[in-house]
Design a protein around this ligand. Structure first.
Ligand SMILES: Cc1cc2nc3c(=O)[nH]c(=O)nc-3n(C[C@H](O)[C@H](O)[C@H](O)COP(=O)(O)OP(=O)(O)OC[C@H]3O[C@@H](n4cnc5c(N)ncnc54)[C@H](O)[C@@H]3O)c2cc1C
Ligand code: SF4
Length: 522
């Protein structure tokens, strides 16, 4: 008797990890099932409304988690086909080659990965080509070696950003073009899918021109008749078979009813918080600490980067439409004066008054929110937070997710901010000279909440991979050490987080794991 609910591969979650893996496996002819708790992002004008997206949080999950004190935490995360890539800024960076080794930080050690950069490199190239990354090699002073050029030219700077670029260069820095997954053709604007708008970062693309995991991977994968997707299917639990070495059932709640599926291979890719929670919820007599958790690392080492948004106000306006084209990595590994990593500087999408209202920034004296937004350059600073076993995801008795997190390694981030302040003081304009720059103001971007912990956009590290089953949950192929047919391919597998945006590394790794699975199933 055939079982219609049995598949060769079940992938849970359709974001950067799960969606990319589905794309890789689709041509194999294997029966692949995608289970996604969310639906498609509705296509509507609100996709591009900063009020709806940033102020009202229309597309955020309404689910509440808890912080370490048991207080409600409203995470800024999105449950849809394509996962958080529907909303991301599409800055698609490779980790640096050094990030794969041990690095000494001011706040402690960043551990080595079980694979080298060279092993992941072919998959970085594959992911960049798949996601149509636009960039230029040779500008970023810390970029790792690459086996191929970008296929598409870098997205150009608008005038204000080009001016800043020139000022920063004069100040001795090496600003460079951000590698971006937006499908823009600047040579032929009439034919360009992307229209270069001011509502990209944090917003879904109303016209499908952003390289997100739905448009690039899930939709094409579904063209193969061996691939299917069930939406609004929240996986509640994984059950193991008699010898406890295999996942035998995937338990789903859909429209209030329970459904069961099974797969020769089961891949969890729910995002770092939800994947850990799913494994912990799947505890049974043979796996009392949760599935794949004999090491007790599942849920631990939560990382999310140290992120801040700094608005640089100047007397001159900033009329830039799409400002996320410039980045600075001069301080990624340190500076002459300070021998520890500081991090990465780039931009967020252009802020406007509605978005600023959501973050309730301190208003600069003599300015209104609207005026601030019209005159600001809006920087995004990222530094590495270190994997601390006490920073962890747990599941409370009532099933609710708890994220306990204490920020670490902040000195480098403070110094990064100081470096930006210093660099901005040296900027200039024809009208106001050095007096043009008025200062930098911090705000918590995107958040209506007071809790910075709610900014879980870069969540990673909770189901780490490694060689040693005592200190990691997954092996180098992202297979659970203790469960033969269980894999995890979202950001959970990171043993350290580096200081660039994580999505390209998740995509590249999913392609790598995809090759392993194709080999295994052959
Ligand atoms: C506003 C914003 C801007 C960002 N900008 C950038 C950027 O510019 N560059 C960059 O590199 N990164 C960026 N990121 C981060 C990037 O989007 C994430 O790192 C990436 O999407 C994580 O991929 P993932 O596969 O780990 O998880 P996700 O993409 O979050 O996918 C997880 C999927 O699993 C589903 N799911 C969860 N639980 C279950 C369950 N129990 N059952 C079934 N399905 C489930 C979710 O609905 C979701 O679809 C940004 C994120 C945000 C929110
Ligand atoms: S049109 Fe271009 S800039 Fe605007 S949201 Fe889409 S991909 Fe981003």
């Amino acid at each position: 008797m055939t079982n219609n609910n049995h598949y060769d591969v079940i992938i849970i979650g359709t974001g950067a990890g799960g969606g990319t893996l589905a794309y890789k496996l689709a041509p194999s002819g294997k029966r692949v099932l995608l289970l996604e708790r969310g639906d498609y992002v509705p296509r509507e004008k609100d996709n591009w409304s900063t009020r709806a997206v940033n102020l009202e949080g229309k597309y955020n999950t309404k689910e509440a988690w808890r912080d370490s004190d048991g207080k409600d935490l409203h995470p800024h995360t999105n449950y849809y086909v394509g996962g958080n890539t529907k909303f991301y800024g599409a800055a698609l960076f490779r980790l640096r080659q050094e990030d794969f080794g041990e690095i000494r930080h001011h706040g402690g050690m960043s551990p080595a990965w079980p694979i080298s950069y060279d092993e992941l490199e072919p998959y970085y190239t594959e992911a960049e080509h798949l996601y149509q990354v636009h960039g230029t090699r040779g500008e970023d002073p810390t970029e790792p070696w690459a086996s191929a050029p970008y296929k598409y030219p870098a997205v150009s700077h608008e005038q204000r950003i080009q001016h800043l670029h020139d000022d920063l260069e004069r100040a001795g820095l090496k600003p460079f073009h951000v590698p971006l997954g937006i499908r823009i053709n600047e040579n032929n604007p009439q034919k360009s899918p992307c229209i270069r708008c001011n509502t990209c970062d944090g917003h879904p693309c109303l016209i499908g021109a952003k390289s997100d995991s739905q448009t690039i991977c899930v939709d094409p994968a579904l063209q193969h008749e061996n691939v299917s997707l069930i939406t609004n299917a929240k996986v509640m639990r994984l059950e193991t078979n008699g010898n406890a070495r295999e996942v035998s059932k995937v338990i789903v709640e859909r429209n209030g009813a329970r459904e069961e599926y099974s797969g020769d291979i089961v891949v969890v890719s729910c995002g770092a918080v939800n994947s850990a929670a799913l494994l912990l919820r799947s505890a049974n007599d043979s796996h009392p600490n949760g599935l794949a958790n004999g090491s007790d690392v599942v849920g631990r080492h939560y990382m999310g980067h140290i992120n801040s948004v700094l608005m640089a106000l100047s007397k001159c306006p900033n009329p830039t439409v799409f400002q996320k084209t410039l980045a600075i990595n001069d301080f990624y590994f340190g500076s002459k004066e300070w021998d520890y990593p500081m991090g990465h500087i780039s931009f967020v999408g252009k802020l406007d008054a509605d978005t600023l209202k959501a973050g309730a920034p301190a208003i600069a004296p003599g300015w209104t929110l609207d005026l601030m937004a019209r005159h600001s350059l809006d920087f995004w600073l990222t530094s590495e937070d270190l994997p601390d076993p006490n920073n962890r995801v747990t599941v409370d008795r009532d099933g609710q997710i708890r994220v306990s997190y204490k920020l670490n390694n902040v000195e480098g981030h403070d110094r990064l901010q100081a470096q930006l302040r210093k660099a901005m003081k040296q900027t200039n304009c024809d009208v106001h000279g050095h007096e043009c720059h008025q200062g930098l103001f911090a705000r918590n971007l995107f958040l209506g909440q007071q809790l910075p912990l709610a900014a879980v956009a870069h969540q990673n590290g909770t189901v780490r991979f490694g060689e040693d089953p005592k200190t990691s949950a997954l092996d180098r192929n992202c297979r659970a050490h203790e469960v033969d047919n269980l894999y995890v391919v979202d950001a959970s597998f990171f043993p350290s987080s580096g200081a660039v945006n994580p999505a390209l590394t998740i995509m590249a790794n999913a392609l790598r794991v995809g090759d392993h699975l194709l080999e295994r199933m052959r």
